[in-house]
Design a protein around this ligand. Structure first.
Ligand code: EPZ
Length: 415
C-alpha cells in the first residue's frame, strides 16, 4: 500500500547484487572448501537457492548481515529437481555446477519471470562443445559428460548472461582451454568470473566479448568473497527519485555499472553527482522525454526498462522504448494506463505520451521488475494505491518497503 505524492529525501544503502549472488552460489558448488560470501542480499531468490541446495544435501548458512556460508563437500546428489527450480531462472546454473562437479546432472527446467520464452538452447549447445550430452525428458534435463569435460570453442549466437555464466562454471574444472566468443559482460557476469578467479580458476578476458577459461584441477577459497553492489537496485532508486521528485543519496554503488543509466537520466534533466561509491541525485520538476533502446551491457539494461516506462509515463513529451532483449517485457503498461498513463505498445516498441499526473489504483504485479515499476508509479500518484503480487518484488529487492519508508515514502504492507 502506497500513499503517493511525497517527494523522496534521504539515504539508501544498496544491497549486494541478486544476479551476481545467484551465479556465485552455483559456482561455489565446484569448490573443495567451504565458501564464505559477504554482502549477500536477503531476498527470496537467495532463500530459494538455499532450499534447492538443501534438497541436494548441501549445507548452507546465512545470517542477518548477509554473510553466507556454503559447504559444497556436503553435496550428495546430482539431481536439482526441487519445485523451487520452476520459480527462478538462475536455477539453470545448477547445470554447469553439477556437470562441473560430478560430470553428470539432472535439473528441472528453469523458470523465472514471464518476460519471454527464455529457452536454454545456447546453454545446451555450449555444454555440447565441452563434451556434455544433454537430453530433455518431460520437464527435466539430463546431462552427462561421459568422463571429464574437455575444453572447447563456443560462439554464442547472442551474448546471453545465463549461458556465459553456466559455461564459465562448467569450463572452470574442464581439461584444457575453453574460449567463449560473444560472451556477456554484464556486471553480474563479471562478478561471477571474479569469484571463480578468487577461488583459483584461470579466466582471462573477463568483461570482454571473448572469455578464455583454462581448466584447473580444483578450486579452494582462501578468503571470503564480497558480492558487488546491485546496479539494478541502484538504478531502480535513481528512477524512483526521478518519478517522485526530491533528493536521494545512494551508498555502496559501483558507478561504472550505471554509466548508461546515469547519462540517460541526466539528459532527461536529473541532477546527478557521483563520488567514489556514492551517487547523489536531485530532481525538482518534470523530466524531459527520452528515447532508449535496451541491449546487452554496456547498452541500456533491460532490467531497468520497466522502471523507465513508469518514469516516461510522467515525463514532459513523447518518449519511446525499444526492448531488444526479451519479447514480452511491457506487461505493466496496461496497469499504468489504468492509472491514466498514455502508453501505446507497437511490437517491441513502447510509445509513451507523458502526462502530468497518475491516479492511485489497485495494481497487480506480474514480474519482478514490472512490480518495482508499479511501485514507482504509485509513488507519483497522489492518494492510496495497492499493489498485489509483492512476492514478485521481494524476490529481487531487499526490504524495499523499509528503504522507501526511510526516505519519506508512505508505504507499508497491506492486509
Ligand atoms: C539474466 O537472465 C538475468 N537473470 C535477467 O534478470 C536479465 O534480464 C538478463 O540476464 C539480461 O541481462 C539472472 O541473472 C538470474 P539471457 P537470462 O540469457 O540469463 C535469449 C531480473 O529481473 N536466450 O541474457 O535469462 C533469451 O530468451 C532478471 O533480475 C535464448 O534464446 O538472460 C533472451 O531473449 C530478469 N537461448 C535473451 O537471449 C538461451 O539459451 C537474453 O537472455 C539463452 C537466452
Amino acid at each position: 500500500m502506497i500513499n503517493g505524492g511525497q517527494r523522496l529525501k534521504g539515504e539508501v544503502i544498496i544491497s549486494g547484487s541478486k544476479n551476481a549472488t545467484l551465479a556465485i552460489i552455483a559456482a561455489a558448488c565446484l569448490c573443495d572448501s567451504p565458501v564464505v560470501l559477504h554482502n549477500v542480499p536477503l531476498i527470496e531468490d537467495i532463500f530459494d537457492m538455499r532450499e534447492i541446495l538443501f534438497s541436494m544435501g548441501c549445507k548452507t548458512h546465512i545470517d542477518a548481515h548477509g554473510v553466507m556460508v556454503i559447504e559444497p563437500d556436503t553435496l550428495n546428489s546430482c539431481f536439482a529437481v526441487h519445485p523451487k527450480m520452476k520459480s527462478i531462472r538462475a536455477a539453470s546454473y545448477f547445470m554447469g555446477a553439477l556437470v562441473g562437479r560430478f560430470r553428470i546432472g539432472c535439473v528441472s527446467m528453469p523458470g523465472g519471470c514471464k518476460i519471454g520464452s527464455r529457452p536454454i538452447n545456447y546453454h545446451l549447445d555450449g555444454f555440447e562443445a565441452l563434451g556434455v550430452k544433454s537430453r530433455i525428458v518431460e520437464d527435466k534435463i539430463f546431462l552427462n559428460a561421459y568422463g571429464d569435460l574437455i575444453g572447447g570453442d563456443i560462439t554464442l549466437p547472442y551474448p546471453s548472461v545465463g549461458a556465459t555464466v553456466n559455461l564459465m562454471i562448467a569450463a572452470a574444472l574442464a581439461k584444457g582451454k575453453t574460449v567463449i566468443k560473444n560472451a556477456a559482460a554484464e556486471p553480474n557476469v563479471v562478478d561471477a568470473a571474479n569469484f571463480l578467479v578468487s577461488v583459483g580458476a584461470d579466466i582471462k578476458g573477463i568483461g570482454t566479448p571473448i572469455v578464455e577459461i583454462n581448466g584447473v584441477k580444483k578450486l579452494v577459497q582462501t578468503s571470503p568473497y564480497t558480492i558487488s553492489p546491485d546496479h539494478i537496485e541502484a538504478g531502480t532508486f535513481l528512477i524512483y527519485c526521478c518519478i517522485a521528485g526530491g533528493e536521494l543519496t545512494l551508498k555502496n554503488t559501483r558507478l561504472k555499472d550505471l554509466e548508461k543509466v546515469i547519462a540517460t537520466l541526466r539528459e532527461m534533466g536529473a541532477k546527478i553527482i557521483c563520488e567514489n561509491n556514492t551517487i547523489k541525485i536531485s530532481c525538482q520538476g518534470r523530466l524531459k522525454a527520452a528515447h532508449i533502446t535496451t541491449g546487452p551491457h554496456p547498452e541500456f539494461p533491460t532490467d531497468l526498462q520497466q522502471l523507465m516506462l513508469s518514469l516516461m509515463a510522467v515525463c514532459d513529451g513523447v518518449s519511446t522504448i525499444t526492448e531488444t532483449v526479451f519479447e514480452n517485457r511491457f506487461q505493466q503498461a496496461q496497469e499504468l494506463n489504468h492509472m491514466g498513463a498514455k502508453i501505446n505498445i507497437q511490437g517491441n516498441t513502447a510509445v509513451i505520451e507523458g502526462v502530468e499526473k497518475l491516479n492511485p489504483s489497485k495494481l497487480a504485479a506480474s514480474d519482478l521488475r514490472g512490480g518495482a515499476a508499479l511501485v514507482g508509479a504509485a509513488l507519483k500518484a497522489k492518494g492510496v494505491s495497492i499493489i498485489s503480487g509483492d512476492n514478485y518484488i521481494s524476490r529481487g529487492y531487499q526490504d524495499i518497503v523499509g528503504k522507501l519508508s526511510s526516505v519519506r515514502a508512505i508505504i507499508d504492507y497491506y492486509g
